[in-house]
Write a protein that binds this ligand. Structure first.
Ligand code: B1M
Length: 232
């Protein structure tokens, strides 16, 4: 089997087979193969967004399901995440290079206690691609880190990400602090992450819950337009 894999020429596969193979390679944490697969799909005229969603994100969903079911463990998932990042690194400049006018500035980061960053990196890329300026403050952010970055950047939008049911309540800590400081209404607050839902977003006082990166872009555009209309 290993020998067969060594001989496998990704270029000989048709699109469906290649995407299938890329999902397997992501599962196996094979970064070089993922990079090659992404390059081939680009050569074949696939859009960066389709490559991202139909091969990388779809492949990571399978990894996540097997992680949940105890079939994969942290080291394997880390390898898969690393392979995914290899593919994302190629797609990022392509998603960003639209030359669209700046639509606003976003500060985004994963909340305190949480080190998952793939989703928020994806959101950052898509937002940049859509014409927003983005400062990605990474993982494990306490409330001060968010508020300092918002002030430093003069940003209009705060994005928070959480992937754990144990860390998602921290989003409310950040929003409550903004309320206490009288600055809540100065910003559009968007939240996202696999365990969240619309109801949670409302309950903690966010402006919107975003199911995925594409929804984050649409929601940010819509709320920025509304904000501009209100302020004249
Ligand atoms: Co973790 N992990 N993990 N993990 N991990 C999950 C989240 C889990 C659901 C797996 C499972 O059991 N099925 C589970 C959480 C269960 C729960 O809380 N109910 C879990 C667990 C338990 C853990 C540990 C506790 C495991 C352990 O140590 N025992 C540990 C926690 C560490 C910590 O954070 N303190 C842990 C560790 C890890 C790794 C380090 C191994 C690795 C992270 C690597 C990295 O990010 N650099 C990892 C991974 C990769 C996952 C899964 C498999 C994949 C997450 C991912 O990247 N998805 C995940 C299973 C899953 O989610 N299916 C899992 C792909 C990404 C594109 O999707 O992040 O959902 P997502 O982002 C989407 C949307 O949610 C949305 O847009 C994105 C793009 O479309 N979105 C936003 C996200 N943030 C947004 C912000 C916005 C807007 C939209 O603001 C504007």
């Amino acid at each position: 089997m290993a020998e067969e894999d060594d001989d496998l020429d990704l270029r000989e596969l048709d699109d469906d087979e290649l995407v299938e193979q890329m999902m397997d390679d992501l599962y196996d944490g094979l970064k070089d193969e993922i990079v090659e697969g992404v390059e081939i799909l680009l050569e074949r005229g696939w859009t960066p967004y389709d490559i991202l969603t139909k091969s990388l994100v779809a492949g990571m969903k399978i990894v996540g399901d097997d992680f949940r079911d105890g079939i994969l463990f942290v080291p394997e998932v880390l390898l898969a995440a690393n392979a995914m990042k290899g593919g994302m690194a190629i797609l990022k400049p392509l998603l960003v290079e639209t030359g669209a006018p700046r639509l606003g500035k976003l500060v985004i980061g994963t909340v305190k206690g949480d080190i998952h960053d793939i989703g928020q990196n994806l959101v950052s890329m898509m937002m940049e691609g859509a014409g927003f300026e983005v400062r990605n403050i990474g993982i494990n952010n306490a409330v001060e880190a968010y508020l300092d970055a918002l002030k430093e950047e003069g940003a209009e939008i705060l994005g928070m990400s959480a992937l754990l049911t144990t860390t998602m309540p921290y989003m409310k800590v950040v929003i409550d602090t903004m309320v206490e400081q009288g600055i809540r209404d100065d910003y559009i607050v968007l939240v996202g992450g696999a365990p969240l839902n619309e109801e949670f977003g409302k309950a903690i006082g966010a402006d919107a819950y975003c199911r995925d990166a594409a929804v984050a872009v649409e929601t940010a555009k819509e709320l920025m337009a509304r904000k501009h209309n209100q302020t004249g």
